[in-house]
Design a protein around this ligand. Structure first.
Ligand code: PHE
Ligand code: FE
Length: 295
């Protein structure tokens, strides 16, 4: 199979930006180069070592259930055999970020889009968009957890609904995704652990999110989270901590329609603010924070 055409670039007022196709692509596994497999191996080994005692335990457990290893880039069809059987989810290959509504519809149908290509060797520590390593190593393990798997589907359904309500609702919902699925921490009997995919796929943030005195670590509260702006270009200023995936599921079960209506009138919070009503695990020192750039 030929390598599917990579990203086209289009000139906009922000310079050249990548434009992706929304097509579902069969993973072109045989086209991965030795360099691609080596990139996977390096990242896999590095993060696995770092995540001992840092990531929620089901992370590594589930990667093992999937048979993910440093040896080679996993095959989606092999992962799918395990995943379908366990929670009825399915991975689909995609070129990259999808339009919001397309993404929500996949989740609502228990399909998780995975970027088929892997970053280049000079991008080991950072890249601005999701690649195969972020998606497979970061997101896919928790899809074996039945409660988290249901949360992801409910999120997709909620997204379809929010898209019909309006852009402000989508902003609120996106913040929830950001502070849970991407950058969430969980409290365990052994201490705080990482479950967010954006953290576990990043060497620097895996350490920073748990060990740095700079960021806030605050107990999860639905409306608080939905009002909090976030960072896309630096580590987070605030991490929200859940007690369990059940807590997340229960908190997000109610109909959000009245919440969206209420939040339209409510101001948003800067990413680094601590409120009097917060349940604070750690008040950050704010060291190294950039003053502007919250989105
Ligand atoms: N209960 C939410 C709604 O009515 C849907 C949702 C569930 C959103 C889980 C996010 C996460 O919109
Ligand atoms: Fe992600």
């Amino acid at each position: 199979m030929d390598t599917p055409s990579r990203v086209e670039h289009q000139m906009t007022d922000k310079g050249y930006v990548p434009v992706y196709t929304t097509a579902v692509i069969e993973q072109p596994w045989s086209t991965y180069t030795e360099t691609d497999h080596a990139t996977w191996a390096t990242l896999f080994q590095r993060q696995r070592e770092l995540l001992v005692g840092r990531a929620a335990k089901e992370f590594v457990e589930n990667q093992e259930r999937f048979g993910m290893s440093a040896d080679r880039i996993p095959r989606f069809d092999e992962l799918n055999r395990v995943l379908r059987q366990a929670t009825g989810w399915e991975l689909i290959g995609v070129e990259g970020l999808l339009p919001e509504l397309t993404f929500f519809e996949h989740l609502a149908n228990r399909r998780f889009p995975v970027t088929w290509w892997i970053r280049r060797p000079e991008q080991l520590d950072y890249l601005a968009e999701p690649d195969l390593f972020h998606d497979l190593f970061g997101h896919v393990p928790l899809l074996l957890n039945p409660v988290f798997a249901d949360y992801m589907q409910a999120y997709g359904c909620g997204g379809v609904k929010a898209a019909g309500i309006g852009p402000e609702a989508l902003v609120n919902l996106t913040r929830l995704y950001w502070y849970t699925v991407e950058f969430g921490l969980i409290r365990t009997s052994e201490g705080l652990r990482i479950y967010g995919a954006g953290i576990v796929s990043s060497k620097g943030e895996s350490i920073y999110s748990l060990e740095s005195p700079a960021p806030n670590r605050i107990g999860f509260d639905l409306e608080r989270v939905m009002r909090t702006r976030y960072r896309i270009d630096t580590y987070q200023k605030t991490y929200f901590v859940i007690d369990s995936y059940e807590q997340l599921m229960d908190a997000t079960r109610p109909d959000f329609t009245p919440i969206y209506a209420r939040l339209r009138e409510a101001p948003s919070f800067p990413a680094g603010d601590v409120l009097a009503t917060d349940s604070v695990f750690q008040r950050g020192t704010g060291e190294g924070w950039l003053a502007d750039g919250d989105v």
